[in-house]
Write a protein that binds this ligand. Structure first.
Ligand SMILES: NC(=O)C[C@H](N)C(=O)O
Length: 412
């Protein structure tokens, strides 16, 4: 079991503000690409998994609500020159076509690469408000089953729960060596004014021509680390942000990519693995002044095995409340893993937070540092779904920053 936990530590590390080291891995993608269509134009192949969301919503009939139709979506893409170049010659070199997909080809990019892509439905097609762990499993299995065949993956997803899916996948994939980029839109691709076309183009460009071996979200010109992202705006095109981590890269209007983070490649020779056991015995507990102890007790009761406690201010809980602390201690002694998350920007990075964190540790709570609620919940779900971990290992793996020491660096 210790070995299983260790994989994550060895995977790769991304550091903020280290300049552009992705040129190297990017080149290695090109040289390893299996799909060369001619001597001059290099090609890569991306699988687009369509799960639903506003990006594909279409009203077919006045009296009916908007619905999602993959065929109509693909026909729309074929009409858009930035997303399909009909004149492109794309010979599949003997590779078998998947029956439910249709291959499209982007125009040759600034880097001289022709990105070709297949589109396929994944799981139940729906708005993302209804997404659940089964959908994460469906889409992860699609990627796992098609891993060798494609150079990168794009997941079309509704925005409401995109950060949950991105976070969950980042934990479920072990030793991922190819880019997985989630995107969607504020308005359908069929609208005259829409972010859908730019978002899909950008996601394809990153998935098809860069080696960034992680799960990411591309939106409004920015590429975010998936498990650092959160939905912050329901109206503007800047839907996502990663509050405690800079965007990995930005795509400028002239198609140039500006990298902000270094991303190291995953361990050579380690095979890609998928973990699909996700516990649903988890809960989210928001702290607020005068919170009734009954609410805390109710939230910590069996069958719940893990709780993400949303702290207030710079990461505090009302720890002068003995009724509350007693309830928490009892739950911790029963084996419940309690991890904090703090919605306040910069909160847990404050030096004084070391004292707060020490106080939380003394009570038995795992300080989650600057983890997002989405990442904390999905990480807990992943950790509690893992068989054979001791309680101590569960707590250690759930923790992001334990006394300043980074644990599971790759995932956060
Ligand atoms: N813009 C969107 O995609 C929102 C939509 N309700 C969803 O999450 O499916």
């Amino acid at each position: 079991m210790a070995g299983e936990v260790h994989f994550a530590l060895q995977k790769y590390v991304a550091m903020a503000g280290c300049g552009n080291i992705l040129k190297e891995p990017g080149m290695s993608l090109l040289s390893s690409t299996r799909h060369m269509s001619s001597n001059t134009v290099k090609t890569s192949l991306v699988l687009v998994l369509y799960t639903g969301g506003t990006i594909g919503m279409k009203k077919l009939n006045e009296n009916e609500p908007c619905a999602l139709h993959l065929d109509i979506f693909i026909n729309e893409l074929k009409r858009l020159p930035m997303l399909h170049d009909d004149s492109a010659c794309y010979v599949s070199q003997g590779e078998k076509e998947i029956s439910t997909s249709q291959r499209l080809a982007m125009p040759v990019s600034k880097l001289g690469i022709r990105i070709m892509y297949d589109i396929k439905e994944s799981g139940k097609i729906r708005e993302s408000k209804d997404t659940c762990a089964e959908d994460w499993i469906d889409v992860s299995v699609e990627i796992f089953d098609n891993y060798e065949k494609y150079d990168g993956f794009v997941i079309l997803h509704g925005t409401d729960t995109m950060a949950f899916t991105a976070s969950a996948l980042s934990f479920m994939f072990e030793n991922l060596g190819k880019p997985v980029v989630l995107t969607g839109a504020q308005t359908p691709i069929y609208d005259e004014l829409t972010d859908a076309r730019d978002n899909l183009c950008g996601a394809l460009l990153f998935a098809g021509q860069c080696v960034v071996p992680e799960v990411m979200i591309f939106f409004d010109g920015k590429l975010f680390r998936g498990n650092r992202s959160t939905k912050v705006d329901a109206k503007s095109y800047s839907v996502f942000d990663s509050p405690s981590f800079p965007p990995l890269a930005k795509l400028s209007s002239n198609g140039e990519i500006e990298w902000h983070c270094c991303v190291e490649k995953c361990q050579e020779g380690q095979s890609f693995r998928l973990h699909t056991k996700m516990s649903q015995k988890i809960a989210l507990l928001p702290m607020f002044p005068s919170i009734p102890v009954e609410m805390i007790k109710g939230c910590l009761e069996p069958p719940i095995e893990g709780v993400v406690m949303v702290t207030y201010g710079s990461g505090n809980i009302p720890d002068s409340r003995t009724d509350l602390i007693t309830a928490i201690r009892e739950a911790v002694q029963r084996g419940v893993v309690i991890v904090t998350c703090c919605p306040c920007r910069g909160g847990p990075h404050d030096v004084s937070m070391q004292l707060v964190e020490q106080g939380l540790i003394d009570i038995g709570i795992v300080p989650g540092g600057d983890i997002t609620a989405e990442a904390a919940l999905t990480k807990l779900s992943f950790v509690l779904g893992k068989e054979g971990l001791t309680l101590d290992e569960r707590r250690k793996v759930s923790c992001v920053l334990l006394m300043g020491q980074a644990i599971l660096t790759h995932t956060m």
